[in-house]
Design a protein around this ligand. Structure first.
Ligand code: 5GP
Ligand code: ZN
Length: 141
Protein backbone atom coordinates (compact mmCIF):
# COMPACT_ATOMS: atom_id res chain seq x y z
CA UNK A 1 0.00 0.00 0.00
CA UNK A 2 1.24 3.54 -0.63
CA UNK A 3 2.19 5.09 2.73
CA UNK A 4 0.47 8.34 1.83
CA UNK A 5 -2.91 6.80 0.97
CA UNK A 6 -5.49 8.19 3.40
CA UNK A 7 -7.86 5.26 2.97
CA UNK A 8 -5.09 2.67 3.48
CA UNK A 9 -4.28 4.51 6.71
CA UNK A 10 -7.95 4.27 7.74
CA UNK A 11 -7.92 0.52 6.96
CA UNK A 12 -4.76 0.16 9.08
CA UNK A 13 -6.39 2.06 11.95
CA UNK A 14 -3.81 4.86 11.77
CA UNK A 15 -6.50 7.43 10.98
CA UNK A 16 -9.78 7.14 12.91
CA UNK A 17 -13.05 6.68 11.08
CA UNK A 18 -16.69 6.30 11.97
CA UNK A 19 -16.94 2.72 10.75
CA UNK A 20 -20.38 1.38 9.85
CA UNK A 21 -19.33 -1.99 8.37
CA UNK A 22 -16.21 -4.14 8.12
CA UNK A 23 -15.34 -7.58 6.80
CA UNK A 24 -12.21 -9.21 5.35
CA UNK A 25 -12.19 -7.26 2.11
CA UNK A 26 -14.46 -4.24 2.57
CA UNK A 27 -14.68 -1.29 4.96
CA UNK A 28 -17.45 1.32 5.13
CA UNK A 29 -17.33 4.54 7.11
CA UNK A 30 -18.92 7.97 7.22
CA UNK A 31 -17.50 10.62 4.92
CA UNK A 32 -15.61 13.23 6.96
CA UNK A 33 -17.06 16.03 4.83
CA UNK A 34 -20.58 14.74 4.16
CA UNK A 35 -22.80 15.94 1.31
CA UNK A 36 -25.79 14.77 3.36
CA UNK A 37 -26.33 13.17 6.77
CA UNK A 38 -25.33 9.52 6.47
CA UNK A 39 -22.98 10.05 3.48
CA UNK A 40 -21.04 6.79 3.55
CA UNK A 41 -17.94 5.59 1.73
CA UNK A 42 -17.53 1.91 0.90
CA UNK A 43 -13.95 0.92 0.09
CA UNK A 44 -11.98 -2.12 -0.87
CA UNK A 45 -9.48 -2.82 1.92
CA UNK A 46 -6.74 -3.60 -0.58
CA UNK A 47 -5.26 -0.62 -2.35
CA UNK A 48 -6.56 -0.32 -5.90
CA UNK A 49 -6.93 3.09 -7.48
CA UNK A 50 -10.02 2.69 -9.64
CA UNK A 51 -12.73 0.21 -10.54
CA UNK A 52 -10.67 -0.64 -13.62
CA UNK A 53 -7.87 -1.91 -11.35
CA UNK A 54 -10.13 -3.85 -9.00
CA UNK A 55 -9.99 -7.67 -9.23
CA UNK A 56 -13.32 -9.44 -9.91
CA UNK A 57 -13.71 -10.90 -6.41
CA UNK A 58 -13.00 -7.57 -4.71
CA UNK A 59 -15.47 -5.86 -7.05
CA UNK A 60 -18.15 -8.41 -6.18
CA UNK A 61 -17.46 -7.95 -2.45
CA UNK A 62 -17.62 -4.18 -2.79
CA UNK A 63 -20.91 -4.20 -4.68
CA UNK A 64 -22.43 -6.67 -2.25
CA UNK A 65 -21.71 -4.32 0.66
CA UNK A 66 -23.01 -1.29 -1.26
CA UNK A 67 -26.19 -3.24 -1.95
CA UNK A 68 -26.54 -4.30 1.67
CA UNK A 69 -25.73 -0.93 3.23
CA UNK A 70 -27.73 1.41 1.01
CA UNK A 71 -31.12 0.67 2.57
CA UNK A 72 -29.56 0.73 6.06
CA UNK A 73 -28.06 4.16 5.40
CA UNK A 74 -31.35 5.47 4.01
CA UNK A 75 -33.29 4.15 7.01
CA UNK A 76 -30.78 5.51 9.53
CA UNK A 77 -31.24 9.09 8.33
CA UNK A 78 -34.84 8.73 7.15
CA UNK A 79 -33.84 9.52 3.56
CA UNK A 80 -36.27 9.41 0.64
CA UNK A 81 -33.67 8.01 -1.79
CA UNK A 82 -29.95 7.93 -2.44
CA UNK A 83 -27.31 8.35 -5.11
CA UNK A 84 -24.81 5.49 -5.19
CA UNK A 85 -21.82 6.38 -7.31
CA UNK A 86 -18.10 6.18 -7.95
CA UNK A 87 -15.83 8.99 -9.05
CA UNK A 88 -13.81 6.59 -11.18
CA UNK A 89 -10.52 8.32 -11.97
CA UNK A 90 -9.14 11.82 -11.62
CA UNK A 91 -10.90 13.25 -14.68
CA UNK A 92 -14.20 12.15 -13.12
CA UNK A 93 -13.43 14.03 -9.92
CA UNK A 94 -11.84 11.25 -7.86
CA UNK A 95 -9.70 12.93 -5.20
CA UNK A 96 -8.67 9.93 -3.12
CA UNK A 97 -6.96 7.43 -5.44
CA UNK A 98 -8.20 4.36 -3.56
CA UNK A 99 -11.38 2.90 -5.00
CA UNK A 100 -14.52 3.84 -3.08
CA UNK A 101 -18.24 4.02 -3.66
CA UNK A 102 -20.34 6.85 -2.25
CA UNK A 103 -23.78 6.30 -0.71
CA UNK A 104 -25.31 9.77 -0.59
CA UNK A 105 -28.74 9.95 1.04
CA UNK A 106 -31.23 12.18 -0.75
CA UNK A 107 -34.29 13.97 0.54
CA UNK A 108 -37.30 15.39 -1.26
CA UNK A 109 -36.54 19.03 -2.01
CA UNK A 110 -32.89 18.84 -0.88
CA UNK A 111 -31.77 21.06 -3.76
CA UNK A 112 -29.48 18.38 -5.21
CA UNK A 113 -29.45 16.99 -8.72
CA UNK A 114 -29.60 13.62 -10.47
CA UNK A 115 -26.42 11.85 -11.56
CA UNK A 116 -26.98 13.30 -15.07
CA UNK A 117 -25.86 16.68 -13.72
CA UNK A 118 -22.26 15.62 -13.12
CA UNK A 119 -21.00 15.18 -16.68
CA UNK A 120 -19.86 17.88 -19.08
CA UNK A 121 -21.53 19.06 -22.28
CA UNK A 122 -23.73 16.42 -23.89
CA UNK A 123 -22.40 15.04 -27.17
CA UNK A 124 -24.65 14.97 -30.23
CA UNK A 125 -24.13 11.42 -31.51
CA UNK A 126 -25.64 9.87 -34.62
CA UNK A 127 -27.18 6.41 -34.62
CA UNK A 128 -24.10 5.11 -36.49
CA UNK A 129 -21.76 6.60 -33.89
CA UNK A 130 -23.80 5.01 -31.10
CA UNK A 131 -23.59 1.64 -32.90
CA UNK A 132 -19.80 2.01 -33.26
CA UNK A 133 -19.40 2.83 -29.57
CA UNK A 134 -21.59 -0.11 -28.56
CA UNK A 135 -19.47 -2.40 -30.80
CA UNK A 136 -16.24 -1.10 -29.23
CA UNK A 137 -17.57 -1.70 -25.72
CA UNK A 138 -18.66 -5.25 -26.58
CA UNK A 139 -15.26 -5.92 -28.21
CA UNK A 140 -13.30 -4.41 -25.33
CA UNK A 141 -14.62 -6.64 -22.54
P1 5GP B 1 -13.67 11.29 -4.14
O1 5GP B 1 -13.72 12.69 -4.66
O2 5GP B 1 -12.27 10.75 -4.17
O3 5GP B 1 -14.65 10.38 -4.81
O4 5GP B 1 -14.16 11.37 -2.64
C1 5GP B 1 -13.31 11.29 -1.55
C2 5GP B 1 -14.16 11.50 -0.32
O5 5GP B 1 -13.37 11.14 0.79
C3 5GP B 1 -14.62 12.94 -0.09
O6 5GP B 1 -16.04 12.97 -0.05
C4 5GP B 1 -13.98 13.33 1.22
O7 5GP B 1 -14.82 14.11 2.03
C5 5GP B 1 -13.68 11.98 1.86
N1 5GP B 1 -12.50 11.97 2.73
C6 5GP B 1 -11.28 12.48 2.45
N2 5GP B 1 -10.42 12.26 3.47
C7 5GP B 1 -11.14 11.59 4.42
C8 5GP B 1 -10.80 11.09 5.71
O8 5GP B 1 -9.67 11.20 6.20
N3 5GP B 1 -11.79 10.45 6.39
C9 5GP B 1 -13.05 10.29 5.89
N4 5GP B 1 -13.95 9.66 6.64
N5 5GP B 1 -13.40 10.76 4.66
C10 5GP B 1 -12.45 11.40 3.94
ZN1 ZN C 1 -5.00 3.02 -0.42
Amino acid sequence: MPNDCIFCQIVAGDIPSKTVYEDESVLAFLDVNPLAPGHTLVISKDHHETLDDLPDDAAADLFSVLHDLTPAVETAVDADASNVAFNNGEAAGQEVPHVHGHIIPRFDGDGGHPIHAIAGDRPDLSDEELDAIADDIRDGR
